[in-house]
Design a protein around this ligand. Sequence first.
Ligand SMILES: [Ca+2]
Length: 121
Amino acid sequence: MNMKKILAVITTAGTLFMANAALAEDGCWIYQHTNGGGTVHSFEGGENVSSLSSLNFNDEASSVKIAEGYLLAIFQHDNYGGKYRTFGEGTFNLTNVGMIHSFWGWTYWNDQASSIRCKKK
Ligand SMILES: [Ca+2]
């Protein structure tokens, strides 16, 4: 990741993501809280976790970060089941990423992910 790219990430993501930007340049990250806060788990390209319960992280992820050249898919259920959402490079707060729309409004991805796949493009 070059400096211009790092600055762009800092600008769009805020201070907590900035702290993490220098740590690792490849792969995918999921965070317990929004804006890269709380507990973090990192994954390499090709790394899949069929049950985030194995990391004590079921229904915990509230933000994600994906390095340039990687894709992250998050799934509603274990074993890559239920609804899913794919993210490309960037940082995202799951509190404003819609998962299900019903009569009662949107259910967001916040605290919903139960399995993940991190993939190198
Ligand atoms: Ca959370």
